[in-house]
Design a protein around this ligand. Structure first.
Ligand SMILES: C[S@@+](CC[C@H](N)C(=O)[O-])C[C@H]1O[C@@H](n2cnc3c(N)ncnc32)[C@H](O)[C@@H]1O
Length: 282
């Protein structure tokens, strides 16, 4: 079955009212950051960010399935020489609204070029905050396993007696491991840090993330046939990733040109074959 794609033009706050309760398996999105990109699609004042975000988050909560996940790609910006706290305030506000903050993943932008700032270094990472409605949520950890890596050959070639038992660190950090568990394994679970290059070649939108970013989370939290929502879809990267992986997708953007751009990208993705597309408002 070809995945179903729904593209909407409008403010996600209004558009989401048309989406049924508990119909979405994963919300993956990168919202407009506070006060950024005034010349393209605008931004929200950092002091007003939580107030702006919460009514939309209530709609996210309503449309998300009980065992679904919400992954928010965000980073606090520097205001008057220091990091603003709106992301921290948003996490606390979302928890008060009933969301569980399960994990924080880090996207390390591995192609960041060096730069000079008077009081800090080049920012080379962003947050991916994982929220759910319940402690029992869908997660397919085997879908994102990685090759064990070359370190294992040397390390596992000679095992000491401590490697055969669950050995607690000598530093008393509380961290214990049983090294023999890795023997004979080619694939292991990844860490919560994703090393991915930023998207440099795509000219249609100023804030595109690499398609591998949503792909990784879509594999981790959904199965074929599930529905993925990006309420701030921009050029539609999340929808492209969903389509590739056989998931249905709902994409919303307030700028009609971006919705058209997303449609163009998806049409190419479908190899110019008939796209299972439902268009709303553009
Ligand atoms: C950071 S960009 C997303 C970029 C996207 N991840 C991509 O790869 O192209 C945020 C997007 O949110 C859109 N936006 C801003 N406010 C919105 C709203 N209230 N409802 C829907 N979309 C909105 C902007 O037009 C912008 O395209």
């Amino acid at each position: 079955m070809r995945p179903q794609v729904y593209l909407y033009h409008g403010d996600c706050l209004e558009v989401l009212k048309k989406i049924p309760d508990e119909s979405v398996g994963l919300i993956f999105t990168s919202p407009p950051y506070a006060d950024r990109r005034k010349n393209t699609y605008g931004g929200i004042h950092p002091d007003k960010y939580v107030e702006w975000f919460l009514p939309r988050a209530r709609e996210f909560y309503r449309v998300l399935k009980k065992d679904g996940s919400f992954v928010l790609n965000i980073k606090e910006r520097v205001v008057n020489g220091e990091r603003h706290t709106y992301v921290i305030e948003l996490i606390l506000a979302l928890k008060r609204e009933g969301w569980l903050w399960i994990e924080e993943y880090v996207w390390h932008k591995k192609n960041c070029y060096p730069g000079k700032w008077p009081n800090r270094f080049r920012d080379a990472w962003e947050r991916l905050l994982h929220f759910t409605k319940s402690k029992r949520f869908k997660m397919f950890q085997d879908a994102v396993k990685v090759p064990i890596g070359s370190w294992a050959e040397k390390r596992l070639s000679k095992l000491s007696k401590n490697d055969l038992i669950r050995f607690n660190s000598n530093t008393r950090s509380g961290f214990g491991k049983r090294v023999i568990n890795w023997l004979g394994k080619d694939w292991v679970y990844p860490t919560n840090v994703l090393h991915l290059s930023t998207e440099c070649s795509f000219k249609g939108h100023s804030a595109v993330f690499p398609v591998e970013l949503p792909e990784w989370f879509i594999k981790l939290f959904t199965q074929e046939g599930d529905t993925v929502l990006d309420p701030f879809m921009g050029s539609g990267t999340t929808c492209v990733a969903s389509y590739r992986l056989g998931r249905n997708c709902i994409g919303i953007d307030i700028v009609p040109e971006y919705v058209k751009l997303a449609e163009e990208r998806l049409t190419k993705e479908a190899n110019f074959n008939q796209l299972n597309l439902v268009k709303h408002g553009y």
